[in-house]
Design a binder for this molecule. Sequence first.
Ligand code: ZN
Length: 247
Amino acid sequence: MRLVTTDAIVLRSYNLAESDRIVVFLTRSSGLVRAVAKGARRMKSRFGAALEPFTLIKLSFHERENRDLVTISAVEILKSNFNLSSNFDSAEVLAYMGELVAEFAPPHETDERLFRMLTACVEALAQQNGSERALTRYFEIWLLRLAGLFPDFRICGSCGTPVDSQANVAVDVELRLFCEKCVPVNASVLSSQLIALVRATHQLSPGNFAAQHELSERQYAELGDLTHRLITRAIERRPRTLVASTR
Ligand SMILES: [Zn+2]
């Protein structure tokens, strides 16, 4: 058995047997980890509030070879995000992020960039000085980008020419981008504002993007069309948590 100590963020948890819970974490050093929290359902659990969704903790666990589930040995709260879970809209956005990260993250494999991206999005949500809708789309685009599933929005997918931000460009069903000359039939044209928004997510932190970009209903829906298409294809189903606040 190997003892691992790492920063972790709680994605979700569910009951196991009479007094235990299974908790799903995204960790900085070990990717996605499923752990048994023994006695977590007792009134006076030693875990206290550390296993509430989206709490940032220092997590220690014992890893066993060939075992998917690890056993928690210690937890320490680094930042509680309890206020977020009690806000209805934020709670829905968090549940959505939690479901998708649990689907996309590699189990027991380091993905430092995904960890940093998720914690930065949660932090931006907690700061509440930006648009939740903008944050949701930012999160989706980066989740897809880090998984290598978001197309390059800088060049034409056919001829490779850099696509001018002013030009009318189009995407095909695979979301490959095309310049004006290469547009195939059945491609949908994207407005230059939409392209600019996608590029802004590439360049800004989630907090800055959400503070600087209040998406209109239409932009939110148009971007959602793109991201949900790719997400649904990647996980081979529609996310269960795709509800009013995230759709
Ligand atoms: Zn082209």
